[in-house]
Design a protein around this ligand. Structure first.
Ligand SMILES: Nc1ncnc2c1ncn2[C@@H]1O[C@H](COP(=O)(O)OP(=O)(O)OP(=O)(O)O)[C@@H](O)[C@H]1O
Length: 246
C-alpha cells in the first residue's frame, strides 16, 4: 500500500478526539472523508500531514514510517488563500523557493504546469483578477508543487458556486488521471464525495472513528446523468444513513 495510517489516536486536554483510525490510499486514488462538524476531520489531517503528532499510531509512505514528519504530504487547509500582493506565478512558485530553488528556477518549473492547471495567461496577474475557480486551481497547483507525494485537501471546493464547482470537479478528475499521488479530501458535500471518489470513509462517533467505507463503482463519469441515476441515489441514501446511524 502506498500510504497508510494505523491506529491513530489523539486527545486534547484529556478529551479523546479521535480513536483507532486506520486508513489506506493506493497510488492515483481519490478518497474522501465525510463526517459532521467537530468530529475530528481536521485533527486527523493535521496528524496525517505531520503538523501534529498522534498520541499513538503510525503513518507510513511506501512502508517508511513518516509519523510526525512534515514536507511529505501536501496539505491545503480550508482557508488557504493566495497572497493578494503577489502575482499568480510568484504565489504558486512559493513552495519551490522554500525548497531552495532560485526565483528563476522556481518560476520556470511552476510555469510548466500552468496549462495542465488551466492557468494559461495568468502568470503576471494578481489573485483579485482571477475568477474563484481559477484562484482555487492556482491554490491547488501551489499545494501540488509543495509535494507531489500525497494531497490532503480540506474542503477544497466548498467556497465555489455550483457551476464553477461542477467544472472544477470535471477538471480535477482529468488531472487525477495523470497524477501518481493520491488525494484524500474532506467534504461536507455528499454529491461531491460520490462524484469524485474511488472510496468514501465515514467518520462518526465520540471520539471520532472511521465507522464505514464505501467503494464507489461506476462514478468518475463527468456526465450529468450519473447524479440523477438510481445508482447515485442509492449511494446517497446509504451514506446519509451511515452518517446518521453513528
Ligand atoms: N489544538 C486543539 N486543542 C484543543 N482542542 C482542539 C484542538 N484542535 C481541535 N480541537 C477540538 O477537537 C474537536 C474536533 O475538531 P476538528 O477541527 O478536528 O473537527 P472537524 O471535523 O474538522 O470540524 P469541521 O468540519 O467543523 O471543520 C473539536 O471539539 C475541537 O474543539
Amino acid at each position: 500500500m502506498y500510504f497508510k495510517a494505523e491506529h491513530i489516536c489523539k486527545s486534547y486536554d484529556g478529551r479523546k478526539i479521535i480513536e483507532d483510525i486506520s486508513l489506506e490510499l493506493k497510488e492515483g486514488e481519490l478518497v474522501s472523508l465525510l463526517g459532521i462538524s467537530g468530529i475530528g476531520k481536521t485533527t486527523l489531517f493535521n496528524i496525517l500531514s505531520g503538523l501534529e503528532k498522534p498520541d499513538s499510531g503510525h503513518i507510513y509512505l511506501e512502508d517508511k514510517d513518516i509519523t510526525g514528519q512534515t514536507g511529505i504530504a501536501s496539505y491545503m487547509q480550508q482557508k488557504d488563500l493566495l497572497m493578494p500582493y503577489k502575482t499568480i506565478i510568484d504565489n504558486v512558485s512559493l513552495p519551490l523557493l522554500l525548497k531552495g530553488m532560485s526565483k528563476r528556477e522556481a518560476r520556470e518549473k511552476a510555469s510548466t504546469y500552468f496549462k495542465q492547471f488551466g492557468l494559461e495567461g495568468t502568470k503576471t496577474q494578481y489573485p483579485i483578477q482571477l475568477s474563484g475557480g481559477m484562484r482555487q486551481r492556482a491554490a491547488l497547483l501551489r499545494s501540488y508543487l509543495f509535494s507531489s507525494k500525497l494531497m490532503l485537501l480540506d474542503e477544497p471546493f466548498s467556497a465555489l458556486d455550483a457551476i464553477t464547482k461542477h467544472h472544477i470537479h470535471d477538471w480535477y478528475l482529468e488531472i487525477m488521471k495523470e497524477m501518481r499521488s493520491p488525494t484524500l479530501f474532506i467534504t461536507h458535500d455528499i454529491d461531491e464525495a460520490i462524484l469524485l471518489s474511488d472510496r468514501i470513509y465515514i467518520m462518526a462517533g465520540n471520539p471520532g472513528r472511521l465507522t464505514k467505507m464505501f467503494t464507489i463503482e461506476g462514478a468518475k463519469i463527468s456526465t450529468d446523468d450519473f447524479t440523477t441515476s438510481e445508482v447515485f441515489i442509492t449511494y446517497k441514501k446509504e451514506i446519509l444513513k451511515a452518517i446518521k446511524e453513528a
